[in-house]
Write a protein that binds this ligand. Sequence first.
Ligand SMILES: [Zn+2]
Ligand SMILES: [Zn+2]
Length: 471
Amino acid sequence: MKIIPHGAAQEVTGTCHEIQIESASGTKRILLDCGLFQGKRQEAAMKNAEFTFNPTEIDAVVLTHAHADHCGRMPLLYKRGYRGPVYCTYATRDLAEVMLQDSGYIHEKDEEYFCKHLAKSMMKCEGPLYTQQDAIDCMEIFQGHNYNDWFDVCDGIKVQFLDAGHIVGAAMIVLEIVENGKVHRVGFSGDLGRSMLPIIRDPAPMPPVDTLICESTYGNRKHEEITTAKHVLQDVIIRTAKRGGKVFIPAFSLERTQEIVYDLHVLWDAKGIPAMPIFIDSPLASRVTEVFMKHPECYDKEMYDRFLARGRNPFQFSLVKYTENVEESKALNENPGPLLIMAGSGMCEAGRIRHHLRNGIENERNTILAVGYMAENTLGRRIVDPEVAEVKIFDQFYRKKAEVVSINAYSGHADMADLDSYVYEVEHLKTVILVHGEMDGMEPFSTRIKQVRSDVTVLQPRREEVIEITV
Ligand SMILES: [Zn+2]
Ligand SMILES: [Zn+2]
């Protein structure tokens, strides 16, 4: 058996791991995830454009979840001739449908912009990576499955999805592989989530496996306690309402927005926040929220008891309004407040949040509340960076007079303590393959595993490195 990481090897994005086996009916190749590379534009564009394997030789694809860095190249794989099955949970299938179309739309718009502004000086325009229509087309090969059920993926490989506790529909994958009459079990963490996140169930433990492919995003970082998040959110709202200001939350449309609406609903039920109107000003977030409502099979007990069992919709309550069009969005500028606006994009690089920030960042009564990771070189990062006094929005500079608050506790990723206990407890383990992490997080994680589990080999493969596993 061979395992070949085609992405997320010594980096975070572009997850795509090939498993190659010799079955009774010949060589079988399956992909675990088919994600987009993100980061520096030119570098990512080059990595995304070409597959480092032949798409038509792949027998099956198994997806962990609907984040772009795990499924964002599926439309391209389809465009390049792949017609085999794509297995994922039912919720992932429905979320991928929304997210991939949005991604196709963004690729089209980006291409238009580059052709117009950079055509002569930079690279030539070869068309978008894929279009919204490509994203629609590729859905025909998606197949939903339940958590915990075993199913055949191809000759010699059976698979099971377990709760990853990361976002709705997210799964870790357990594979049972038969080669030369011997059984070998492989586990793939996907993106390992955290206990106690709102809405979704906690991550399941990994059952006994021989080989574990494990993410390592926060292999060297400790998160704030998740329980602190709701209190910070509450304090920000009370404080801003007293000042008569507006709260702006740059929103990540998938999961984080719904988690915050959920927490706001719980706070409102407990009379913990003033009656401040809450506007969800993101068409994508609204569509994703609709998908969430269709998948109660992913909810945890608290979500079920508090809302569903009582016939209540967690994402709808008297303060919340989902804006329907650009006019409604623009009208928010004239609204004196106090009010709260959640708008995309999460890192403020695109979308309606930039318009709201332009109008509100120079007002000291307002608060900008960051609830997710802000990557380097983004407007979001410059906003949360205390060293930066002025930020450029569209073509103009604005002074940061609004209060800026960051909540890191909503992170959907396991931290170092979560990762440690996850790996230490896996029985039968012989090999751990660390992926989905930068070296500075991976190295200390690897050292800790070797100290505690001296019986285990830890690998940190490069992209395209072929790992031979003897069955
Ligand atoms: Zn993810
Ligand atoms: Zn990821």
